[in-house]
Design a protein around this ligand. Structure first.
Ligand SMILES: NC(=O)c1ccc[n+]([C@@H]2O[C@H](COP(=O)([O-])OP(=O)(O)OC[C@H]3O[C@@H](n4cnc5c(N)ncnc54)[C@H](O)[C@@H]3O)[C@@H](O)[C@H]2O)c1
Length: 298
């Protein structure tokens, strides 16, 4: 299979990343089958995408034609119906090895023999996921960034068995999705999260030790390091469950305690305060995902 032959893309997981990937692929004319734990969840993911596009159309930031193309090409389905016709399966389920292995095991049994598999994992070994299928040479990491429609980068990850043709297909597909590519060998956290996670985690340690307030930590990174977002607001944006899962992978796989997650991070996740997606993390957010400033409201 080469990139020009890819017509149907199955996206597994309709959360922040899956929805973003589905939107971008549908906008570029691919037929996208979107699945989640239920058809209802997949449909909710599609509704959210279209609502956000409607708002952008109203503001004149997106052409109505683009919104209608996405609506036409994007179909919420059950797992079996989504995977069956796919030329490419992109998995964007939670950052959990057992869950991803299960999904790829089920997808292997249903997918066309020539279909290519990709995972949007932030940190988990592509080689390990690929080895769970019978198509390890046609399996690669396609790591998008959040929010997918706005972030230009795709990090392509080569598993030990990934073929050169598959990497070429990944590169061509990313280009068709109007993205720019970097390539990484298969190491925990690949390139970007290996750099990012120590920063986010260190910001959690600084906050937990009372070195400074959350606002000052973030302001320090914005104005002192010229980062567009501070590390704590970025962690909230990524999802604290995902940040913790990546830190766990880095610590376990490298066997290095420098990656040990801060207790504050673990506690927030245990409390269900996962950041923007649940309305509370280091900061609080309203139903539209806007930051609620301290002292505002109740
Ligand atoms: N959030 C980020 O900034 C970011 C960036 C790049 C990559 N990622 C990676 O993308 C993946 C998804 O992250 P996210 O931020 O979209 O998480 P999310 O929590 O927003 O979405 C996960 C979705 O997967 C669904 N799901 C759960 N179990 C499932 C199953 N068995 N089958 C199908 N769907 C299932 C959930 O219902 C949810 O809709 C993770 O591997 C994460 O590491 C995240």
């Amino acid at each position: 299979m080469n990139a020009a032959e890819v017509r149907v893309i199955a996206v597994l997981g309709a959360g922040q990343m899956g929805a973003g990937i589905a939107q971008v692929a549908a906008a570029q004319g691919f037929r996208v089958t979107l699945s989640d734990v239920s058809v209802e969840r997949a449909s909710a993911g599609r509704d959210k995408i279209l609502k956000s596009l409607d708002r952008l159309v109203d503001k004149g930031k997106v052409e109505r034609e683009v919104r209608d193309t996405v609506a036409r090409n994007l179909e919420p389905l059950g797992f079996d119906e989504a995977v069956g016709p796919a030329d490419l399966v992109i998995e964007a389920a939670p950052e959990n090895l057992a869950l991803k292995l299960d999904l790829f095991g089920r997808a292997e049994a249903l997918a066309k023999p020539e279909a290519v598999f990709a995972s949007n994992t932030s940190s988990i070994s592509i080689t390990r996921l690929a080895a769970h299928t019978k198509r390890a040479e046609r399996f690669f990491g396609m790591h998008f960034f959040n929010p997918v429609p706005l972030m230009k980068l795709v990090e392509l990850v080569r598993g030990v068995a990934t073929s050169a043709e598959t990497m070429e297909l990944g590169r061509a597909l990313a280009t068709r999705l109007d993205k720019l590519v970097i390539a990484s060998e298969d190491r925990p956290g690949f390139l970007v999260n290996r750099m990012l996670l120590p920063l986010l985690n260190e910001a959690c340690f600084a906050l937990q030790e009372g070195v400074g307030s959350a606002e000052d930590i973030d302001q320090g990174a914005r104005l002192g390091l010229n980062h567009p977002m501070g590390p704590l607001e970025l962690a909230d944006f990524v999802g604290l469950d995902t940040v913790l899962a990546i830190a766990d992978v880095l610590q376990r796989e490298f066997g290095d305690d420098k990656y040990r997650p801060a207790m504050l991070l673990k506690n927030l996740v245990a409390a269900g305060f996962l950041g923007k997606k649940t309305g509370r993390g280091f900061y609080r957010y309203d139903a539209q995902g806007q930051r609620v400033l301290p002292g505002a409201g109740s």
